[in-house]
Structures are given as structure tokens and as C-alpha cells.
Design a protein around this ligand. Structure first.
Ligand code: MN
Length: 257
């Protein structure tokens, strides 16, 4: 991550004539240097630290409001600020949390993040018959986003349930074999895509299946806004192996609905 310098003028605007050195320290050092070191700690994290530090002193004035607004701008969600202030209440003091909440309510005025809540793994898991399993750490390097793996059948023809979080997909890859081989996918939950190199992506819904012959370059994964699960069958073959290739181009993927 590279540094993005924060431009702050509040010090000079409010105190530039009265206390030019304080204004300089505020605008150029505190914001221009410390806040700007976002390669060491993200703006979002700095916002959380600052909000909690101010709340713990009971400083719920206009500067607190400014920092709540910055926190929101830096990616802290309504659900998160509620959790942050609740957590801090135990350490900083109950009445200080009450005061902070009054101001936070004025900043996070939008409706609760219903979409996110209904996209939770727990809620998605209730919609599918197969388990989601564990994080697919062994293959994480070949995926963008988080995937999960649950063995369904471990003998004979092994079958795994592969679950992709929204936006997750595997890299382009080829199932290799000198005879037979390839992969069969059967969609069992959510909504996702399968694409063969040189052809348009095909949308997959529960019940849809795809046979991928050995030697065909392809990827599979979730739609940007939906969880997705498919059973993966390794088709028996001779000298089978997987060749992992480049990630799916972000720009191309982002065109998918
Ligand atoms: Mn595959």
C-alpha cells in the first residue's frame, strides 16, 4: 500500500493567525504525517483508534463528530461503529458510550446493511443441503477471495462441495490427463459462473451441471454479489494433474452481474 497524503486545513483556518505553530503541527504533522502513514496503519484503523480515544475522554464535541464522519468515510459501517462503541463502553465508561451513540446516530443515518446481513455465511449455509466445510487454505493461492471445502465422498470417485464467498473465483486452470480426466461441477447453492477460455461466461444455478474435459482452460466461481457452491467430481483418468494459471481479470469479472 502506498501513502496517500492527507490534506488538512482546519488548523490554519481556525487558528492560523492566533497560533500559527499549533496550526502547522495540526495540519502538517498530525494529519500531513501521522494520519498520512496509511502504509503502516490504514485510515480506517486510525479512525477507530481516534474515535475510541476521544470517546474515552468524554470528548463528544464537534471534533468527535468530525472523526465519526471520517470513520464512516474510511469504511466503518453502521454495524461496526455500534459494535466498536459497545465494546469501548466497558473500558471507557457507560455514559460516555451513551453520548457517543447520540452523535453516531446522526452520522450513520442510513438503513441497516440488510444486504450484508442476508449475505452472511450463516444465512447462506441454511439454504444448501451440503456442508460448507473449512477454509480452503491449501488452494487459497489459486483463488481470489475466500473459498471453503467440504468432503462429501472420499472413496471411489471423490466429491467435494466447494463454496465461494461473493466475488470469489478460482484462477484460470486446466485439469490435465493423458486419458479420461476432467471435472464435473454440479451447482448446489447460490449463483455463480463457469467460463471456458475464448467463450462467454455461463451463469450457474442450483441443479445446473458442467462437464469440463481434460485440457480445457477455464475458471469457476461466485457471482460478485452471491455465495455459490458446487459439487466437484474428479473424473477418473490417467496421469491427472492440475495446471494453475493467471487470475481472472478483475475488469472482465466486474462486468458480470
Ligand atoms: Mn476446474
Amino acid at each position: 500500500m502506498s501513502q496517500t497524503k492527507i490534506k488538512q486545513t482546519a488548523g490554519r483556518e481556525a487558528l492560523g493567525e492566533f497560533a500559527p505553530e499549533f496550526a502547522h503541527l495540526n495540519d502538517d504533522i498530525l494529519f500531513g504525517e501521522v494520519w498520512s502513514r496509511n502504509d503502516l496503519l490504514s485510515l480506517r484503523d486510525r479512525s477507530i483508534v481516534t474515535v475510541v480515544a476521544l470517546m474515552s475522554q468524554g470528548l463528544t464535541d464537534s471534533s468527535f463528530k468530525y472523526h465519526l464522519e471520517s470513520a464512516k468515510k474510511n469504511g466503518v459501517t453502521r454495524t461496526e461503529i455500534a459494535e466498536i462503541l459497545t465494546h469501548a463502553a466497558f473500558y471507557a465508561g457507560w455514559p460516555k458510550a451513551w453520548a457517543a451513540f447520540r452523535m453516531a446516530k446522526e452520522v450513520w443515518t442510513e438503513e441497516p446493511e440488510k444486504d450484508n446481513a442476508s449475505n452472511s455465511m450463516e444465512e447462506y449455509a441454511r439454504t444448501i443441503l451440503f456442508p460448507i466445510g473449512n477454509p480452503n487454505d491449501a488452494f487459497a493461492q489459486y483463488f481470489i477471495g475466500q473459498s471453503y471445502l467440504a468432503p462429501v465422498v472420499t472413496e471411489g470417485v471423490p466429491v467435494f462441495n466447494v463454496t465461494f464467498e461473493p466475488g470469489c473465483r478460482n484462477n484460470w486452470h486446466i485439469h490435465k490427463a493423458t486419458k479420461g480426466g476432467g471435472q464435473t461441477l454440479i451447482c448446489v447453492g447460490g449463483r455463480g459462473y463457469y467460463q471456458e477460455w475464448g467463450t462467454a461466461p455461463v451463469e450457474l444455478h442450483p441443479g445446473d451441471s458442467v462437464y469440463i474435459p481434460a485440457g480445457v482452460k477455464h475458471w469457476h466461481g461466485a457471482a460478485p454479489d452471491s455465495w455459490f457452491s458446487h459439487l466437484a467430481f474428479e473424473v477418473p483418468g490417467e496421469n491427472t494433474s492440475n495446471e494453475w494459471l493467471e487470475p481472472v481479470n478483475d475488469e472482465e469479472y466486474s462486468k458480470l452481474k
